[in-house]
Design a protein around this ligand. Structure first.
Ligand SMILES: [Zn+2]
Length: 315
């Protein structure tokens, strides 16, 4: 069994201390916000000004800057709201799809006629989207509930947009079913703003026969015990979690070729990969090497941009 090793940084240690010692969410957020400001000021003092990319965060609408070569898909880079390149790129994709231009959320028009849902979206932009449109953030484990693998037909064709950012790699197989459900939820001409980590080639399903399963700890590491549909017992080790050990299990590593087939098989007809850089919103796609990142086991594909997946229109 692979040992779980994490390179500990002052940020990790600080986060751990706050989470263990401060049970109040509001106070935690305040402390994290101060921690971010201190980290940003430290970089600002230590580095030459020309290293910094100035940009306007399209989530909180505020002007900020961050060292260009430190911008990553997953690390915070807006000192004010903690948004990452991924979250800003999702908002950019949503804005261009709905309004034909790249607006910050604060500049979105008020459009209660636009109906959308997020699948466990980041609270940092979800609250602002809900102020502008008939948008609801949904969850797998709490209200408002939505399990994209099993959707109530009464929901079909109700939504102008659906946001699923880094969710589909965690859904139980077969994942095609969830793509089909996402398609059915959308109105004709609707769009899904979609991100997952992926690499070139074909998708690697880690647990293709998953049916009835539990996660357990064995000798300090997590294992997955599965009973297949035909009654066989399976045990898997070397599990990959996103967001820390024992949290959100990686069910598959998507390959771009399989992903494109899944999307087309589900019925989507327009696919736009938003891979361009938009430095004015701090959206820059830095090279990423899974082995050099601090995630163990490595998480691959964390340098991938959002895709816009469109359903056929009414005309
Ligand atoms: Zn921001």
């Amino acid at each position: 069994m692979q040992n779980v090793r994490m390179k500990l940084t002052p940020r990790h240690i600080g986060t751990w201390i706050v989470i263990r010692l401060v049970p109040w969410k509001g106070v935690q957020e305040k402390l994290f916000s101060w921690g971010r400001m201190i980290a940003w000021l430290w970089m600002y003092v230590k580095r030459p000004r020309e290293d910094f990319l100035p940009f306007r965060c399209n989530v909180c609408g505020r002007k900020t800057s961050f060292p260009r070569e430190e911008l990553t898909r997953e690390g915070w880079s807006c000192v004010h709201c903690q948004s990452t390149v991924r979250w800003r790129s999702v908002i950019r994709a949503l804005s261009t799809e709905l309004f034909g231009e790249a607006l910050a959320i604060s500049d979105f028009p008020i459009r209660p006629d636009l109906v959308g849902i997020g699948l466990s979206d980041w609270e940092g932009y979800a609250v602002h989207l809900a102020e502008k449109m008939a948008y609801t953030n949904t969850f797998f484990h709490k209200e408002p509930l939505l399990d994209i693998a099993s959707v109530d037909p009464s929901q079909y064709g109700r939504y102008d947009f659906l946001i699923a950012t880094d969710v589909f790699e965690h859904i139980c197989p077969p994942v095609l079913k969830s793509f089909q459900n996402a398609f059915k939820l959308l109105k004709p001409g609707g769009a899904m703003i979609f991100t997952v980590p992926y690499i070139d080639g074909e998708t690697k399903e880690h647990f293709p026969e998953l049916c009835q399963f539990t996660l357990q700890k064995k000798e300090k590491a997590w294992i997955l015990l599965n009973k297949t549909a035909d009654g066989r017992d399976q045990e898997f080790s070397d599990l990959t979690f996103h967001g820390g050990q024992g949290t959100v299990l990686e069910m598959r590593l998507f390959g771009k070729d399989t992903l494109l087939r899944n999307i087309q098989d589900a019925g989507f007809t327009g696919i736009q990969v938003m891979g361009e850089e938009y430095p004015e919103h701090g959206i820059v796609w830095a090279p990423y090497f899974a082995e050099k990142a601090h995630y163990r086991p490595p998480i691959y594909g964390l340098d991938t941009p959002p895709w816009i997946l469109r359903t056929p229109g009414t005309d």
